[in-house]
Design a binder for this molecule. Structure first.
Ligand SMILES: Cc1ncc(COP(=O)(O)O)c(C=O)c1O
Length: 376
């Protein structure tokens, strides 16, 4: 137990466990610090402004003492400061959620996220009042498309694991729409623990492939487990061991060869950001942990932000897209690729669907109509 005697405090208090304390003396309630006549601020004497009293309906007027604690300013500030020190705070530790990758979240990101134009929005606010926030989302969506080399983005998922589940459900919808439902998802033995959990949650069976002595995907082992029941191969690159998969194009070839889809777990996207694009490596679906690669603060609806990007032609399969409402159908063939039996899955064609309107900010959920400027 670490009891700290703060200079000037009337009682020692117990620091939070992460700050060196364990348990022990609780901070007294502010009421327990109360002493008659003490004040932290003074108000004009009652009765000095009768018009104020008259303005309050009789039924709403107080008839007895208010019952507030009576404390000096010093006691008041110190009480709440001691309690505040028990909160987990970025000033004193790193964020524990989204635990594995780059976890430094600069304070400037917190300041930006706390701007009233973001922080004070109401989910039911009319679209015309939230155009600034929608513009930021719209710009981010297009930046993420460019960075991933993919065509459609949904911001719905609130964390990396949530993005995995969303991506898996999108892939399931893709196969089902093609009349070819599949049961299995393959993951490397080095996969992050959320991968198999998300696979099961999305209703698939997990097949694990071993890594080779170099710590990379064992191509022969992968080939052995691939068949037309495989919905996807899910992998992060660089992988959990911190190694770049050197044969990723061959992996893509093998997976696509059986009509499967290649899923990029983007938790480690920061390692390749701006250098190579998952879409160019042959990935069909990508989730990004924006609270890692982009230092997006946690909170705002979840422990982070895990948008999912998908191949051309799938835009309609994504929940809550800002743009891309001109996509013609749910599901489609990953860019330029046909299924293993030679047929194409669905009717969507690459290049047709997700082009944004550059000069207007779409309203969430409704897509984007052409308009010369301002909101759609
Ligand atoms: C490879 C990988 N995938 C998925 C996740 C899950 O992301 P999140 O913690 O945002 O749910 C993590 C990290 O936590 C990760 O490192």
């Amino acid at each position: 137990m670490t009891a700290l005697q703060v200079p000037g405090a009337s009682a020692p208090y117990e620091a939070a466990p992460w700050a060196g304390g364990t348990s022990g003396q609780p901070e007294p309630l502010i009421f327990e610090r109360s002493a008659p006549g003490r004040r932290a601020s003074s108000f004009p004497p009652a009765g000095e402004f009768p018009e104020v009293k008259e303005a309050v309906p009789v039924s709403a007027r107080r008839t007895g003492p208010i019952g507030l604690p009576e404390v000096s300013e010093r006691d008041l500030i110190r009480h709440y400061t001691r309690l505040a020190h028990r909160n987990y705070a970025i000033d004193l530790g790193f964020y524990p959620l989204g635990s594995c990758t780059m976890k430094y979240n600069p304070k400037i990101a917190e300041t930006v996220a706390a701007m009233p134009g973001f922080a004070r929005l109401h989910p039911a606010q009319p679209a015309e009042q939230v155009q600034g926030a929608l513009e930021v989302l719209w710009r981010l969506e297009h930046a993420l498309k460019e960075l991933t080399g993919l065509a459609g983005v949904t911001f719905q998922p609130a964390a990396g694991a949530h993005g995995e589940l969303t991506g898996l459900l999108i892939m399931r919808a893709f196969h089902e729409a093609a009349g070819d439902p599949r049961r299995r998802v393959v993951i490397p033995d080095a996969a992050h623990g959320t991968n198999p959990a998300s696979v099961r949650l999305a209703g698939f069976e997990v097949t694990t492939v071993p890594s080779n002595p170099d710590g990379l995907v064992d191509l022969d082992a992968l080939e052995r487990v691939l068949d037309t029941d495989v919905a996807s191969f899910m992998i992060t690159n660089p992988n959990t061991l911190g190694l770049f998969e050197r044969n990723i194009e061959r992996v893509a070839e093998l997976v696509h060869g059986v009509g499967g889809l290649l899923y990029y777990d983007g938790a480690n996207f920061n390692a390749i950001l701006g250098k190579v694009r998952p879409g160019d490596m042959g990935f069909d679906v990508v989730h990004m942990n924006l609270h890692k690669t982009f230092a997006t603060p946690h909170g705002g609806g979840g422990p982070g932000s895990g948008p999912v990007a998908v191949s051309e032609g799938w835009c309609r399969s994504c929940p809550h897209q800002l743009s891309g409402a001109t996509a013609t159908r749910s599901g489609g063939t990953p860019a330029g690729r046909s299924r293993s039996d030679g047929s194409t899955a669905g009717t969507a064609t690459s290049g047709s669907s997700c082009a944004p309107t550059p000069t207007c900010w779409p309203t969430a959920g409704t897509g984007c109509a052409t308009s010369p400027s301002g909101p759609c």
